[in-house]
Design a protein around this ligand. Sequence first.
Ligand SMILES: Nc1ncnc2c1ncn2[C@@H]1O[C@H](COP(=O)(O)OP(=O)(O)OP(=O)(O)O)[C@@H](O)[C@H]1O
Length: 268
Amino acid sequence: MANAASLSRTAGPVIEAQGVNLVFQTADGPVQALRDVSLSVAKGEFVSFIGPSGCGKTTLLRCVAALETPSSGRLTVNGMDPDAARKARAYGYVFQAAGLYPWRTIAGNIRLPLEIMGFPRAEQDARVDRVLRLVDLAGFGRKYPWQLSGGMQQRASIARALAFDADILLMDEPFGALDEIVRDRLNEELLGLWARTGKTTLFVTHSIPEAVYLSTKIVVMSPRPGRITDIIDSPLPRERPLDIRESPEFLAVAHRVREGLRAGHIEV
Ligand SMILES: Nc1ncnc2c1ncn2[C@@H]1O[C@H](COP(=O)(O)OP(=O)(O)OP(=O)(O)O)[C@@H](O)[C@H]1O
């Protein structure tokens, strides 16, 4: 029995939310950002969160990253409370804007968290080289952010999040500001990167095609207070060329996401 229990703990979900509520206290009164959010994410999944502006997607990601604390409910990351997981460096975070320091080179930006964590210099160099290759930016380490396109800057930001090899990648609309062609390419690259690294990924987006193309699981959220209206386990294969977006299976999932978004608007 004891063995089975410890086995199920190690093989358990990477992220587990049960009845999570979050109420912000503001000058205008309480704002309920999340209501009764329950979700389980297994190791290696790619989970997208989609919903209208202000429905709590960023707030949920910030709870996982221990940047916000739920008002009630239970949330665990790798079986720990999010703060303990943060201290154990369970995740890397990629934000909407690439957020690179303009006075540091690309390599210098990627190196920064490694410096703060006290990695030896040789180890820093090795890791920077490895992640630059992973995001196809080998040879750009000495450039400054302004010398790179928006898409390349976002790839550098992903490299920085990957540099300390955390198990979980949290991505908050990383491609929202990019044009569609660049976004398509980065979506394809991100899928390849996810396949190579096996990172559990939580990804916020406003785009239905992006969510369906990338995810093994799509979480549809309603307008504030953010609730989950549907969780869709994708039937698509893991190998996904871009033209899969024209397949009947893809369109069926996209349709279900759209219906979930619509239902969220109708419910009170
Ligand atoms: N620190 C805060 N204090 C008060 N209210 C907040 C705070 N952070 C977020 N909110 C509110 O909580 C709600 C959810 O915000 P959140 O940023 O999580 O939404 P979102 O779904 O990520 O939106 P978007 O898609 O526009 O980025 C919003 O109504 C927002 O105004």
